[in-house]
Design a protein around this ligand. Structure first.
Ligand SMILES: Nc1ncnc2c1ncn2[C@@H]1O[C@H](COP(=O)(O)OP(=O)(O)O)[C@@H](O)[C@H]1O
Ligand SMILES: [Mg+2]
Length: 283
């Protein structure tokens, strides 16, 4: 396996008023070109921190990131980020938001006409050309997220970093965007790291699911390789035995092995309660 992105022995400590807080301890992961990796783990375990270190927004205290053998220092357009809540500039139109990114990367390398065509091409990938003159306040949440993805893709990043990109969307919009993302990634062969808390989303989209232990000093607990043929169809997978088993494995990791223990605030009950068979244990 040729390593494209190498997360090598990464630890990070944040300074806090109570002293240093070690969020990540010795996180290592090798990712190959075109691979789709999901990061899953309980809230606060350190998923965004991993992504921010790869993005170059945070510096690891120990270890580091290599992209094609070169150390990553600071942010760069070859590692585009899509955040959970779109980060579009509210005073610019859809078109202008993408244009800003395209100019940043291609100024002097593409003609004005080529840049214009490229902006339209990327808006078209996420089916947003019809709203290119609208401002963020005039379009829905799902549409804003699509523009955020178009903006990221327009930089031709070799690595696409997504922090719960569909987390704030309704189920139908989310499903639609997951399908578009699978199509786009098939065509462009981007390497993707996506944070999610949605087990179905992780299994549907990923080549590997990286499950993180609870913090502090979080690290990688288990890695699940998802060996399901592509293209994947959510309806056909729903009763595919392999899919069901992968899903169960992730749930088991989250809700048994890394179960979050909440402090008991209620006095102990005298009457025994029946065991809870619901797979979705509150976290
Ligand atoms: N800039 C920071 N300063 C101090 N602590 C931080 C900072 N960023 C994150 N943390 C802490 O690191 C831990 C991991 O945070 P984060 O990566 O955001 O978790 P997740 O994305 O998995 O929910 C949390 O305990 C959080 O409070
Ligand atoms: Mg986060």
């Amino acid at each position: 396996m040729m390593t494209h992105l190498d997360i090598s022995k990464v630890s990070i400590e944040f300074p806090t008023p109570k002293g240093p807080f070690k969020a990540l301890d010795n996180v290592s992961l090798k990712i190959k070109k075109g691979e789709f990796v999901s990061l899953i783990g309980h809230s606060g375990c350190g998923k965004s921190t991993v992504l921010n270190i790869v993005a170059g927004l945070y510096d690891a205290t120990e270890g580091g990131i290599l992209l094609d053998g070169k150390e990553v220092r600071g942010p760069g357009p070859e590692r585009a980020v899509v955040f959970q809540n779109h980060s579009l500039l509210p005073w610019l139109t859809t078109y202008q938001n993408v244009e800003l990114a395209v100019k940043q990367v291609f100024k002097g390398r593409k003609t004005k006409k080529d840049m214009h065509d490229w902006i339209l091409h990327n808006l078209d990938l996420v089916q947003m050309t019809h709203a290119m003159d609208k401002r963020p306040a005039e379009i829905s949440g799902g549409m804003k997220q699509r523009v955020g993805i178009a903006r990221a893709l327009s930089m031709e990043p070799s690595v696409l970093l997504m922090d719960e990109p569909f987390g704030a969307l309704d189920a139908l919009t989310r499903a639609h965007l997951q399908d578009s993302l699978m199509d786009i990634q098939k065509d462009l062969n981007n390497t993707v790291i996506m944070i999610t808390h949605d087990v179905d989303e992780a299994v549907l989209l990923s080549d590997r699911i990286v499950m993180m232990t609870n913090g502090p000093a979080a690290s990688i607990g288990e890695i699940l390789s998802v060996d399901l043929e592509r293209p994947r169809n959510r309806l056909e997978l729903a009763d595919n035995p392999k899919y069901v088993q992968y899903r169960a494995q992730v749930l088991k990791f989250l809700y048994e092995k890394q179960r979050k223990v909440e402090p008991i605030t209620q006095p102990k009950k005298v009457t025994p309660t029946p065991p809870d068979h619901d797979e979705k244990v509150a976290s």
